[in-house]
Design a binder for this molecule. Structure first.
Ligand SMILES: [Zn+2]
Length: 446
């Protein structure tokens, strides 16, 4: 994923003190002193760690709670009542479940988009710290309990007050931003249109500038965003975001399904980023984002798995295949969204969205050692003529054998070293059924 997109056969990577110090043919790569240990990666591909640019940690616990449902029912009857009944222990259990799944499928960095106070941000940040993952946590900022023109529809347990939200972002920023060897960052998670006043969006933009941090927000996920922006502000959604100062290189818009050509131009000119979530958009029938067109217009696009009720998994390898195939069939052009393009979106594109393109997203000397080893020695990956196409079109998350973040081995031979896998799964399933009872939500049987 360097600018030359080189694939090195019989290669080796040297790592020292968390950084990549050598990459090339095995014979040419020599650690500066005798290596403490070596990993034999015979039969495997070393790939930059995958970057998930749109994650809801708190939705792992409610995976599959609202399948085959329309968006408003999905939110109002299932997702919001469940999340509105979360306590901090549910938040931590859900985050750990999600983190475990991400590590096991090769995600080494992610952007969480909407953490409400009741999920317990401190507990979640502690889980990031111990897990070894690179986590960007966005604290929800909102002041209206609405979604587009649908006013007052949010579950009371989800509603927060604008001033308190802004204060809390700063508190968590001072407590956690840059902690764990800079693996933790705190961002603003602006709620989508209908959830904030224009004044609050302006305050978010000012706050992010002052703290030197990022903002993420769902934008143009559904057509309603455009209708709402036209009715309320007489503008396209991205034009409105531009007016309130919320378009820049530190901004990641999730989905962007209904973004139009003039909006791509604004995003490209101001170096804002889009997190493309094809599985979620397909499952919720939100529409198909014009990703190849947006990228041609100069917009940086990363990939995102979104959440447990909308995807229903956090597996970036599956997401890459979905992204590629979706745009091929929409454009009737098999040459669009090639394997290499989606692998770039899932690595260096995601790194750029997080402002980390100088630090992660490719295997280059001087970058942080965020690496995954994908094992090709299985029936569904044999033969491998082209490792990039094997990873995108044939591999699955469970083919990831080893995960290294910041030079530290987080998972080796599919065993996660930083979390007790059995405990995480047990606690999560226990808390999920208790949450369902507490919220009074029944999942319809099929
Ligand atoms: Zn989302």
């Amino acid at each position: 994923m360097n600018p030359l997109s080189r694939v090195i056969e019989d290669g080796a990577v040297a790592v020292e003190g968390g950084l990549i110090t050598g990459v090339g043919k095995a014979d040419d790569v020599k650690p500066s002193k005798r290596a403490e240990f070596e990993i034999d990666a015979k039969g495997m591909v070393v790939v930059p760690g995958l970057v998930d640019t749109h994650v809801h940690l708190a939705q792992a616990l409610i995976r599959g709670c609202a399948d085959d449902t329309s968006l408003i029912d999905w939110l109002q009857k299932f997702v919001w009542p469940l999340q509105g009944n979360f306590d901090a222990q549910d938040g931590k259990a859900s985050a750990e479940l999600c983190i475990l799944e991400m590590i096991k499928s090769g995600t080494t960095a992610f952007l969480e988009s909407l953490l409400h106070t009741r999920y317990g941000l401190d507990g979640i940040a502690e889980s990031i710290e111990t897990s070894g993952l690179r986590g960007f946590l966005s604290k929800t900022v909102m002041s209206l309990p609405g979604y587009g023109s649908e006013q007052s529809i949010m579950h009371p347990g989800m509603v927060e007050d604008g001033e308190t939200c802004l204060r809390e972002v700063e508190t968590y920023f001072r407590r956690w931003n840059g902690k764990a060897n800079d693996r933790i960052r705190i961002w603003y998670g602006a709620r989508s249109l209908g959830g904030c006043t224009p004044q609050l969006y302006r305050q978010i933009a000012e706050g992010a500038k002052r703290l030197g941090t990022g903002v993420t927000m769902h934008l143009n996920e559904v057509q309603e965003d455009a209708r709402y922006a036209k009715k309320e502000f007489g503008k396209l959604p991205a034009e409105f975001m531009d007016e309130v100062g919320l378009i820049g290189p530190n901004v990641v818009f999730a989905h962007g399904v209904w973004l139009t050509e003039p909006e791509w131009a604004i995003l490209a000119r101001k170096h804002a980023n889009v997190a493309h979530c094809p599985s979620s958009n397909m499952k919720l029938s939100s529409g198909i984002a014009s990703v190849p067109e947006m990228m041609r217009a100069g917009v940086n696009v990363g990939l995102g798995c979104d959440g447990g009720p909308s995807n229903n998994c956090y597996d970036m390898i599956r997401e890459m295949k979905t992204a590629s195939l979706l745009h091929k069939v929409r454009t009737l052009d098999p040459l669009t969204m090639k394997a290499g393009t989606v692998l770039e979106m899932a690595t260096i594109g995601g790194a750029r969205a997080l402002g980390l393109e100088q630090q992660i997203g490719s295997i280059e000397v001087g970058k942080k050692a965020d690496l995954i080893l994908v094992n090709l020695r299985s029936a569904h990956l044999t033969p491998t003529f082209n490792p990039v196409s094997s990873i995108v079109y044939a591999a699955e998350g469970s083919d990831v054998e080893t995960v290294i973040i910041d030079g530290r081995i987080i998972m080796e031979n599919k065993v996660v070293k930083t979390l007790d896998e059995e405990r995480v799964i047990r606690v999560a399933s226990d808390r999920a059924s208790k949450l369902l009872n507490r919220a009074g939500v029944t999942i319809p049987s099929s």
